[in-house]
Design a protein around this ligand. Sequence first.
Ligand code: FES
Length: 671
Amino acid sequence: MIVRRSMRGGHRWVGLIVGLLAAYMAATGAMMALRHDPALAGGRAPTRHCATPDALAHAVAVASARHPGVAFDTLWLRADPVEPLSIRFVDAVQVDVDPCSGRLRDVRSRYAGWDGIAEYLHRLIFLGIEPGKAVAGSVATALSLLAVTGLWLWWPRRRGAWGSALRPARLPKGRTRRRARHGLVGTAVLPLALPIALAGMTLAFPAVADLLYRATGSVAATRPVVPARSGPVAYAEAWRGVLSRLGDVPAQAMIRAPKAPTAAIEINLHDPDARNPEGRQYFFADPGDGRILLHRRYADTPAGARLYYWGYAVHQGKVGGIAGLVATLLTMAGIVYLAISGLRSWLARHPVPSPRFVRMRIVEVVDECDGVKAFRLVPVDPGPIAAATPGAHVAVRLSDTLLRHYSLTNAPGERDDYRIAVRADPSGRGGSLAMHGLVAGAELLVAPPANHFPVVRGTRHAVLVAAGIGITPILAMARHFRAKGIAFELHYFGRTRESMPFRSVIAAELGDAATLHIALSRTEQAARMAAIVAAPARGRHLYSCGQVAFMDALFDAARAAGWRDGALHREAFGVSAQDAAPPRAFVAKLAHSGRRVPVPADRSLLDALADAGVRIDRSCGMGVCGACLVGVVDGAIEHRDAILSPADRRSGRWMTACVSRAGGTDLTLDL
Ligand code: FES
C-alpha cells in the first residue's frame, strides 16, 4: 500500500510539475522529427555532385570573408547540387554557399527557418546551450519516471478489471473515465516514449552516457591528439583524404572544427555498412596538413556507443522508416494528451459547486394514473427560468434533509414551467410520499435542470425504451425527436395499463410511433427486447429509462445483437434491488494516506469523505451521473448506482460514492 501511495503521489506531482514541459518537448520533438534533417544520412551522392575539396576551400574563404574574426563550429557538406554547403560559426551565424557556382546564397542565423526553429525550441537554446541541455535532460528523466509509475498504477490487479482498463469508453463520462483513458493512452505510448526519454537522458547528461558505457563494459573511444598549433585549418585537404579513403562521395557529411589547439578535425558521416540509421563512421585529420590520422568505422565502435546511437535514432524517429516516424509522431501526440488530461483531472478534483435553488410554485397537479401524479411548476418570482434539454432532470428540495431528482417531461416549446411526474413509493425514503402530499399553491426549492442523459448528436434514428415511471425523460425525448423531424420509435413497458402514466398523451401526440408492451412474462419481455434491438445500424441510438434490472437486460440483448456501447444510453430510477436493504455502517480506508474514515449507516460515503476533508466530485447525488466514481483497491462493494455496467460492477474496481456502500465492514479506496 505504501508503495502504491508513493507511486501515485510521485506520478501526480512529477506530472503536474513537468507535464506541460514534457508536452512542449514532445511537440517540438515532433517538429524535429519532421524537419529536413541536415544531419548525417545514409545513401550515396547523386551522379552529379559539387561538394569537392576545391568547393569546400572556396566556401571556407567566402565564409571567413563574410563573418571575419569568428571561429568555425561545423561545416555541412551535402552532395546534392541544390543543397548549399553550410558553414556554421560558434556564434550561430551560418553562411550558405552554392557548392557548384561558388556563389554566396545566404548569411543567416543557424536557427532560422523551420529546421532551425525546431532545433532552437526543442533544445531550449534560448536558455543557453548547457542550461537548455540540463532542463531537457531533467524533463526526459521525469518522463521516464512517469512512464514507469504510470504503467504500475494503470496495471489492473484483478481479473475482470481489464475490461474497463482497456475500454474506458464503457465507463460513465467524468473524471474517472478521463483517468482510465489517461492510463490507457499512457500505456499505449510507453513502448516508444520510454526509450525516447531514456535516449534524451543519455544525450543531455554525459554521466548517463558514461553509465551506459560502463554497463556494457565498453571503453570510450579516444580521439587523436595533435601538437598544439594555431593558424588556418586544412579542411579541404582533410575532405580530400576522406574522399580518397571512401572511393565514393557520401550524400552528406559533417566536419567539426577543432575546439582546442591540440584537437584534430573530426569528420563524421553515416556508415553504409551500419544497419542503424544513425550509425556513423569517423575520420580524424591533422588540422595542419589535412592528413587522415584515424578512420573508425561503425563496426569498430564499442557496444555502449552503438546503444547510444540506436537511442539517438529512436529519439529522432528514424528507426523503422515511415512507420517508425508515424509511431513517433503519435507518441508525441500521446504525451501532449497525457499532460493535458492529467492537468484536467487534477483541476477537476474540486467538487462541483452546489446549484442555486429557485423558489417555484406548484400550479397544477394531475393524477396521471394509479400512484402517479404530474406537477407543473412555475417560478414564484416572474422571470425566465433555465432552459432544459431533453433527458434533463431537476433537483427538488423538499426539506433540509430531503432532496429528490425528477426528470422533466417538457415539450420543446414549453419554456415557462417545469413539468415532472412522481410515482408514490410507500417503501421508499419519503420523497415521493412528500411530493404526493403537495397541492397546487405549494412552494418548493428547485435547482436549474441538469442533464446526465442527453440526446446524442448524430442520432439519425432513436429507439426509445421506457419502463413505468421511466417514461418521463423518454417522453421529453420523443417530443424532441418529433419536433426535429428525426426518426424514432417508442417502446413503453408496464405491468398494467392503469399503472402507466402519460398513456393518453402518448397516444394523442405520438400515434403509431409508440408501442405499449403490457403485462408481459419474463420470457415475453426478453423476446420483445430482442426484437426491439435486432437491427443496430450506424446513427441508430438506444435510449432507455427504467429499473436497473430492466435496462441491464435490455442492454445485454442489445450488445448481443451487435450494438456498440457508444450507442447505448440509459438513466435509471429506483436503482438496484439493494436500495431497499437498510444501509450499514462501515469504514473506508484511504489507500494513499492510510486514513480510516467511518461511514455511519445514515451517511453516504461521499458525505463521510467530505466531512473528513476528502474532496470528490459530486453532481446528481443519486448514482446516475458517475461524477463521484472512486477507485476501489480492496473490499466487497454493494452497488446501488444506475450508471455502472454489470461488467464494471463485477470488476470491483469502481463505485459511486454518493449511493454505493461497502458489502462488508470495510473498504479500501484508491484515494
Ligand atoms: S454524484 Fe452522480 S453518481 Fe454520484
